[in-house]
Design a protein around this ligand. Structure first.
Ligand code: Q46
Ligand code: ZN
Length: 312
């Protein structure tokens, strides 16, 4: 099998593009997909300061690497959730990548340790407030990521969601007809009132398999295990189903998600997006000042419950 571009020996096949690439041409392909995502969705400009949410996994570390190699000013934000060995290893992966690749390229990184800052690990916090771990985690990560972006004056926050993540999420939203979520499922969430940074997903054109290959070929060490709390998550089942369809018929995931984006783009040009409607409903949280649609934001409510003397 030879590289579709330069005809030397190929190292990876990309069935959905009817192509195969050598290492050099594969790296160009990956960088080009990200550059196209940034440009076509107007994510950010060359002199914008970007804060990348990193977890130590392949997607977020690949994203940080790609943005730096494309010449963007990209720093990172990591949350140590206090989930035993998993958090220790993921923290180590982030530190290792930062010290060997990112810092020498002029980037910095911020770490938030939940046990120190919130007083307990994510599982204990969730137990204290009687909520599922992942929903407590989601509230906390969203809040702290946004707070860090605003405090350190970043123009945009970027996450490592890839094509598989977005297609699985779309499938879940369609199966349950979550119309509110469908409206907000694009790769760009604009900044809403002062206090909410713009959020983008520059990897939505690349699959999980392509990002894993990018890390391996470029010697980026990442944590292979999923977070132990993710086991049994619906999203994993949706990914499996989509992978079966993709094997039978390459390009299904891309067609499904990109097709949705195209329809959404046409719809948005006719009627205002939900995000604009939401923006009108936001005001500062009474406790911390971050934007919220309620009196107090969900993070402050969560922390108030966690600190209350008798929560059981
Ligand atoms: S929500 Fe749940 Fe993830 Fe948080 S506790 Fe782990 S699996 S990391 S995206
Ligand atoms: Zn608040």
């Amino acid at each position: 099998m030879n590289c579709t571009k330069c005809k030397t020996k190929a190292v990876i096949k990309i069935p959905r593009h009817h192509a195969a690439f050598c290492k050099g041409c594969f790296n160009s392909f990956v960088h080009d997909q990200v550059a196209r995502a940034i440009k076509s969705q107007k994510m950010f400009a060359k002199d914008d300061r970007i804060l990348v949410a990193v977890s130590g996994g392949k997607d977020s570390l690949a994203l940080w690497d790609i943005l730096l190699k494309l010449g963007y000013k990209a720093d990172a934000f990591y949350v140590n959730l206090g989930i035993g060995g998993y958090s220790e290893r993921s923290h180590q992966m982030v530190r290792r990548f930062a010290e060997s690749v990112a810092v020498p390229l002029g980037a910095t990184w911020h770490a938030h340790t939940v046990e120190q800052e919130e007083g307990a690990g994510i599982k204990e916090l969730a137990q204290l407030v009687h909520r599922p771990t992942c929903s407590t985690c989601g509230t906390l990560k969203r809040y702290q990521f946004n707070r860090a972006a605003i405090e350190h004056d970043y123009d945009v926050m970027a996450t490592g969601h890839n094509l598989d993540d977005e297609a699985a999420r779309l499938l879940g939203n369609v199966l349950h007809w979550q119309e509110d979520y469908l409206d907000k499922q694009g790769p760009v969430l604009p900044a809403s009132v002062e206090g909410f940074a713009k959020k983008v997903k520059p990897l939505y054109r690349l699959s999980e398999r392509e990002l894993a290959a990018y890390c391996v070929l470029n010697k980026i060490d990442y944590i292979v295990d999923e977070c132990p709390m993710a086991q049994g998550a619906r999203s994993l089942l949706y990914k499996e189903v989509l992978n079966r369809l993709e094997t039978e018929s390459p390009g299904t995931k891309q067609y499904f998600y990109w097709g949705f984006l195209e329809k959404q783009r046409k719809k948005d040009s006719i009627s205002p997006t939900m995000t604009e409607k939401d923006r009108a409903m936001l005001h500062p949280c009474a406790t911390c000042g971050q934007p919220t649609t309620a009196e107090t934001c969900s993070y402050c409510k969560l922390m108030a419950r966690a600190k209350a003397p008798s929560t059981s």
